[in-house]
Each structure stands twice: as structure tokens, then as C-alpha cells.
Ligand binder design. Structure first.
Ligand code: VAH
Length: 316
């Protein structure tokens, strides 16, 4: 029985229905700061939760008889730079409360890390699984803290903690909020709406990316993996592709030939993007639990344009 925090976010809004389809709706409890609309809220059990409230967190895991906690609640990179104290409070204190509640209740614990856990001094190409991590955003500093905390709780208390370093995630269900890779989602919506997009990330800025179905599959595969095979536990590098704005625009033009891209670079998010890797080495994830993404850039583009067109009721 699984509890998911941040269920209304970009990952949670797709992961909750996915897990309910696999394990039964009654076995997946969605939580978020406030009641939600849509399938997450209507499709199964929901409870409001401020993840910083440790008592309420532990009580919820106990009353739901959870055996797994997937803790997604957090503030993303760009929004974190505008609200540093809040980002630290929610991302770190909220995750400490989650870890303590999971320890108290003996639940398996999943936490998402990010390519944001790397910084300018990290090798940018084929970024190793184990390497220098000196991130320059509060979001990244928090992610490194949480990677270390999850390893510590495993070593100190024997907790089953597991996690993934997500690349930028592209999806059509819920829009991301406050991220740096969000341009790779917005571009599809504008391609359908207007046939053109103005990118806040500059040409030549490569970042690791992945289509949401592959992210959902990775979470389930890691949580179902044989722990004896896990040489690493938290923060597996995973990625399905690496592209810059020109690359995703060319992919869109292979479907919508008239699509055009121009630029209004946002210095804040451009600076964040340049501090992150260009491409990850994902060999540990492949070897230890069979990570195998299915979508490449053109397959993602075809599916995204089709889904966003249907969602907006616009012929692409
Ligand atoms: C962000 N989408 O942009 C998130 C993610 C790898 C990027 O952490 O902040």
C-alpha cells in the first residue's frame, strides 16, 4: 500500500493513476497540500498533508498501513531561486519529516533527485554515477543533502531507501511549475496553439530529458528491483535523450514543418541550465535494475503533439 506526496505535481499527477492501475486504486493514497481536481483526487483515496508536519505524516502512514512512501512534494529549481527559505523548508525539512515518518513506520522510501544535484564543476558529458557534486542552486543543494540523507538512513537504520536523479521530464497531463526544463513542455503547447515558440533557454544549451511514461516505468522498476542487486540506492542517473532548443524544434518541424522558434533568454534559468550536465552516464541504472527507456525525441514529439492537440481541441 503506497502513499504519494505531491500528488498534484507534474510527476504525481501521472504516477498516482499509473500506480493505481498496477496495484489497485484502493492501495494508493494521494496527498497534497490541498484537495485536487482530476483523476488523482477522484480515482482513489486522498488526504491533505503538509509534509513538514511530522506527526500528521507518521499518523497518515500508520492509518493507511502504508508499506511504501513516494515523496514527491517539493519546489523546483527556478522557483527555488526566488524563494530560497521556502524551498529549503519544503524540500529539506519536508523530506526529513518524510524520512522520520517512514523510519517510524518501517516503510520503503522513494525520493526523486535530479540532474540539478550536479554543478558547474561536475563533468558535463557522460556525467558519472559517482562524481563531484557542487550545485549552485538551492534546489540542487537540497537534492545533494537529500541524497546523502537517504544513504545515511539506509546505513544507520537499515531503511529501504531508493531514488532516481530525474532529467527534465516532458508530459502532457499536468504542466510543470517553476522548473528550468519547463521550456521543453511549453514548446509543444505553443507549437499546437500558435505554430511558434519563444525559448527562455539559449540555442546550444543541452540538457538530459525523458518522456513521462519512461519516468513512471523507472520508478516502478526501481521499487520492484531486488535490493541485493543495488550497489547504489539513491540518485541513480537516468536519462533517455539530450537535446537543446534547436534539437527539439527540428523534431517538431518533422511533424509541423511550419513551426518556428525564436529566443528571449532568461538569464536566471539559462544560468541554471548551463550549470547542469549535458548528458548522463546511466550504466549503473541499466546494470543494477534494468533501466530501459522506450521513447526517443521523435517518438516523444509525435505523442506529445497528438496528446496536446487532443487536450486543447486543436488540430495540429
Ligand atoms: C527543474 N524539472 O527544472 C525540474 C528538474 C532536471 C530538472 O529538476 O527544476
Amino acid at each position: 500500500r503506497i502513499v504519494v506526496t505531491g500528488a498534484g505535481g507534474q510527476i504525481g499527477s501521472e504516477l498516482v493513476p499509473h500506480l493505481r492501475g498496477l496495484y489497485g486504486s484502493e492501495n494508493v493514497l494521494a496527498t497534497d497540500l490541498r484537495p485536487l481536481a482530476g483523476p488523482v483526487f477522484e480515482g482513489g483515496p486522498f488526504a491533505p498533508l503538509d509534509v513538514r508536519d511530522g506527526r500528521a505524516f507518521s499518523d497518515l502512514l500508520g492509518s493507511f498501513r502504508a508499506d511504501t512512501l513516494i515523496h514527491l512534494a517539493g519546489i523546483l529549481s527556478a522557483k527555488g531561486e526566488d524563494q530560497v527559505a521556502l524551498a529549503w523548508d519544503v524540500n529539506v525539512n519536508g523530506s526529513v519529516a518524510a524520512l522520520e515518518a517512514a523510519r517510524e513506520r518501517g516503510t520503503t522510501f522513494f525520493l526523486p533527485s535530479s540532474i540539478a544535484a550536479f554543478g558547474p564543476s561536475t563533468p558535463h558529458r557522460d556525467t558519472p554515477q559517482d562524481t563531484l557534486q557542487r550545485p549552485t542552486t538551492i534546489y540542487g543543494v537540497a537534492k545533494v543533502t537529500l541524497e546523502l540523507l537517504c544513504d545515511y538512513y539506509h546505513l544507520k537504520f537499515g531503511m529501504d531507501t531508493r531514488g532516481l536523479r530525474f532529467p527534465g521530464l516532458i508530459s502532457h497531463q499536468a504542466l510543470p511549475g517553476g522548473g528550468t526544463t519547463d521550456y521543453a513542455v511549453h514548446i509543444y503547447y505553443d507549437a499546437v496553439r500558435t505554430g511558434r515558440y519563444t525559448s527562455f533557454i539559449a540555442p546550444g544549451t543541452f540538457m538530459d530529458m525523458m518522456y513521462m511514461p519512461d519516468a513512471l516505468d523507472a520508478v516502478v522498476r526501481l521499487l520492484e528491483a531486488d535490493p541485493a542487486r543495488l550497489a547504489h540506492r539513491n540518485a541513480f542517473n537516468i536519462s533517455a535523450m539530450s537535446f537543446d532548443p534547436e534539437g527539439i524544434a527540428a523534431s517538431i518541424r518533422r511533424v509541423l514543418p511550419s513551426f518556428t522558434l525564436d529566443y528571449a533568454v532568461d538569464p536566471l534559468r539559462q544560468g541554471i541550465a548551463e550549470s547542469w550536465p549535458d548528458s548522463l552516464d546511466c550504466s549503473a541504472a541499466r546494470e543494477e535494475w534494468g533501466f530501459a527507456p522506450r521513447y526517443d525525441l521523435d517518438a516523444m514529439t509525435r505523442d506529445m503533439l497528438e496528446r496536446v492537440s487532443a487536450k486543447l481541441g486543436v488540430a495540429a
